[in-house]
Unconditional design. Structure first.
Length: 152
C-alpha cells in the first residue's frame, strides 16, 4: 500500500508547476570565475532591458575587441582578486511576486576598503526561472540598461 501511494505521488510531480530557485542563485552564477555578463554564451539568462543592452554591445564588438562595455559589470571593475570576492560576497534578496532585487556586496582586494562594491541586480521570473533584467551600481554611477551601447 505504501509503495502504491509513493508511486502515485511521484506520478503527480511532473504536473506541478516549475518553481524558480532563489533569485540569488541566478546572480551567484556570475560571481564564479570566468562567468562574465558580457559573454554571449549566457544570453539565455537575461530578459529586457538587459538582453537588448547586451545585444547592442555584441553588435559593437569586433573580433578580439570589446564593445561599449569595457569592464566586468558584476564587479564594477576590471581587476580583482577572485579569492577575496568569493570570501566576502554576500547576497541580499528581496522578492515581490515575479520580480526580485538582489544586492551583491563584496570587496575586490584584501584589506582595501576602497575596493568595496555593491551591485544591484533586478530580476524577473520567465519560463520558470529567474532572469536578469538589469544590473546597476548601488552608487548610481551606471546601470546596464542606460549604458547607451545602441547610441553609436
Amino acid at each position: 500500500m505504501k509503495r502504491a501511494f509513493l508511486l502515485a505521488s511521484l506520478a503527480l510531480l511532473p504536473a506541478l508547476p516549475a518553481h524558480a530557485g532563489p533569485a540569488s542563485d541566478a546572480v551567484r552564477f556570475f560571481y564564479a570565475p570566468d562567468h562574465f555578463v558580457t559573454d554571449p554564451v549566457h544570453r539565455r539568462r537575461f530578459v529586457d532591458p538587459a538582453a537588448t543592452a547586451l545585444r547592442q554591445n555584441d553588435a559593437q564588438s569586433k573580433e578580439g575587441e570589446l564593445g561599449c562595455i569595457d569592464f566586468a559589470l558584476q564587479y564594477d571593475a576590471q581587476d580583482l582578486d577572485d579569492a577575496e570576492v568569493a570570501k566576502t560576497l554576500k547576497l541580499k534578496e528581496k522578492v515581490s511576486g515575479g520580480t526580485a532585487k538582489v544586492t551583491a556586496t563584496f570587496r575586490l582586494f584584501p584589506g582595501e576598503d576602497g575596493s568595496r562594491r555593491s551591485i544591484i541586480w533586478s530580476l524577473k521570473q520567465a519560463g520558470g526561472a529567474w532572469k536578469i533584467a538589469d544590473i546597476a551600481s548601488a552608487s548610481g554611477a551606471w546601470s546596464l540598461s542606460k549604458l547607451g551601447c545602441g547610441a553609436q
